[in-house]
Design a protein around this ligand. Structure first.
Ligand code: DGJ
Length: 573
């Protein structure tokens, strides 16, 4: 009997390690999330902050989430709810999430709201909130304590890590086989606010003392592999590997807190303070992640409240949070954090994603806005930046009752279209065969070189727009400034272009005109990937394509869809 049991146990272990657990794997240049051994795209959405705290509230939400085609939901798990008394744990809030997610065949990314949520420490249990002597707060320069647990306290860090380890142990126990929980976000938009750095006594000592030894060693070892932002400042200050923070990175340029005139968020005001806080936030969260991974090792990331025109400097946005300006600090002090991710609510989405795509950082957007603009941006990032997943915020609101409505949300329609083509996208991410594009009223055209053609992409302008260069005719509607389009293209080895896009015209021109400068469409069909297989729809020609002698040959993609095209070339006899 005993022998039979141990054989069974060995079989369970073997089966588990065969498919492993959710993990990041390289595929060409891309990093992909594998679940049960297979890569997956997270067609996701994040719940509002309080949604997951109530099973009753969520009962009305789950059917709508399914109807809106989310395959993954980001949901908060809070320290205050799982450890209401010190050392006594209650995982019911996690268990109801996992149970319901499985019922609806939806995966989860759990957000660990603990030491910090949007910089503040509002989700810590009451026994931590009230014991400010044992769990010290960050301080402003005036000595005023803030409602922010200080990163300079090991008590804070270890108490958080203890609760997090208990959570990860629980997830391992209940979820290793099924892999409903895919990743963990450690904290939420952490960083110091209202002041460029923490001024508590321990922080002052650290700022005026030598930089940590590991940081000096990191700079030395990675001197040719630092972010350009850090490399510039470090070199300007003599490329030192020891000394105080101000000796190594210089005395910061100081910004005014009053907002007059133009603010340029690229200006590195208080940069040394940001690096300093970045190092210590990273160390704290890296410790928590590493402790959690000892229990259950799945991908872990941190999300950022970005700097931008309204929050240009550290302290105005949570300073030391996981932004590319301090990416080197995270790589040095938090190796257990696998990815830094931006919450993008500011307009320059493409610039932000490009900024995060440094030093091999995978791209995942945990929070942003949805709608048609969201879809165009997502398609671009999928093709151009190997996007792991996309997740607009507050999706429980529109999900309530959505199962009873006709689904018209652009994102829900896009997720339905993309779901069946996941294998196709994932096979091509990380290779030269795939490119993405995004166009809007400010940048209505772009070109990509792919194979023997240049692909020219133009935004479909709203109707009545005065396209002929002259003034708009009387009564014509104004340009819709929010018009946008996006998509991705895959070039197969046989020369077929597969274009998934919306709101664009796609035309081709030979890269090298030579003796065959003219092109035409050989074959063009629309269709859809269903369960990974291409299912052909209409053969497109005539009014459904651009075939005018005047305007050139190409694809009309006014609404989201996929078209496959092959081309031919001709010249003078
Ligand atoms: C960003 C935060 O990360 C979210 O939890 C939420 O508070 C939103 N802002 C609110 O829009």
């Amino acid at each position: 009997m005993r022998k039979a049991l141990s054989i069974l146990a060995a079989l369970i272990v073997a089966a588990t390690s065969l498919s492993g657990q959710p993990a990041f794997r390289k595929h060409g240049d891309a990093t992909q999330l594998t679940v049960n051994g297979k890569p997956m795209l997270l067609l996701a959405g994040e719940l509002g902050n309080s949604a997951s705290s109530s099973e009753a509230y969520m009962k009305d939400v789950w059917p709508g989430l399914k109807a809106l085609n989310y395959n993954t939901i980001l949901a908060a798990v809070t320290w205050e709810m799982i450890e209401p008394q010190e050392g006594s744990f209650d995982f019911s809030s996690v268990d109801h999430l996992i149970k319901s997610a499985r019922e609806y065949d939806i995966k989860l990314v759990l957000l660990w709201f603990a030491s910090w949520k949007n910089a503040a420490s509002t989700y810590i249990p009451v026994w931590v909130k009230t014991d400010f002597k044992r769990f010290p707060r960050a301080e402003e320069g005036s000595g005023r304590p803030l409602e922010i647990l200080s990163t300079f306290s090991d008590n804070n860090m270890k108490a958080d890590a203890k609760a997090f380890s208990a959570l990860m142990r629980h997830i391992r126990e209940v979820d290793t086989a099924q892999q409903t929980v895919l990743m963990i976000q450690v904290e939420n938009e952490p960083g110091i606010l209202t002041t460029p750095r923490d001024f508590c006594p321990e922080a002052n000592a650290a700022f005026n003392g030598p930089i940590p030894k590991e940081l000096g060693e990191y700079l030395k070892k990675n001197r040719n592999n630092l972010t350009p932002t850090l490399a510039k400042v470090w070199k300007e200050n003599g490329s030192k590997t020891s000394g105080t923070w101000e000796e190594v990175f210089g005395k910061s340029k100081i910004g005014g807190w009053e907002h007059t005139g133009e603010r340029d968020w690229h200006d590195m005001y208080y940069y040394t303070e940001e690096l300093f806080m970045g190092y210590y936030y990273a160390r704290y969260m890296g410790y928590i992640a590493a402790e959690g991974k000892k229990e259950y090792d799945i991908p872990m990331y941190c999300n950022a409240w970005l700097k931008g025109p309204d929050y240009p400097w550290t302290g105005m946005h949570p300073g030391g949070g996981p932004l590319p300006s301090v990416m080197d600090m995270y790589h040095c002090a938090a190796p257990a954090i696998d990815m830094l991710s931006p919450d993008i609510y500011i307009p320059n989405f493409t610039e932000i994603v490009e900024w995060y795509d440094q030093l091999g950082n995978p791209i995942f957007i945990p929070e942003t806005s949805s709608g048609s603009l969201g879809v165009s941006r997502m398609l671009w990032a999928m093709g151009e930046h190997n996007l792991i997943g996309f997740s607009p915020f507050g999706v429980d609101r529109s999900a309530r009752g959505a199962d009873k409505r006709a689904i018209t949300e652009p994102l829900a329609l896009a997720y339905a279209h993309l779901d069946g083509m996941q294998d196709f996208i994932l096979a091509n991410q990380g290779t030269d065969a795939m490119r993405g594009f995004f166009v809007d009223v400010e940048h209505p055209s772009c070109s990509l070189e792919m194979g023997e053609y240049i692909v020219n992409i133009d935004l479909v302008m709203p109707r009545n727009y005065a396209t002929m260069g002259g003034p708009a005719p009387t009564g014509a509607r104004q340009v819709d400034n929010s018009a946008n389009g996006g998509g991705f293209i895959v070039l197969s080895p046989s020369g077929e272009y597969t274009v998934t896009a919306q709101n664009v015209n796609v035309k081709f021109a030979p890269k090298d005109p030579g003796k065959l400068p003219y092109i035409g469409i050989a074959t063009l069909e629309e269709g859809e990937y269903i369960d990974g297989k291409w299912v052909k729809g209409r053969t497109l020609n005539g009014d459904e394509i651009h075939a005018s002698i005047f305007t050139g040959t190409g694809l009309k993609m006014n609404s989201l869809g996929t078209q496959k095209v092959t081309l031919y070339r001709y010249g003078k006899r």
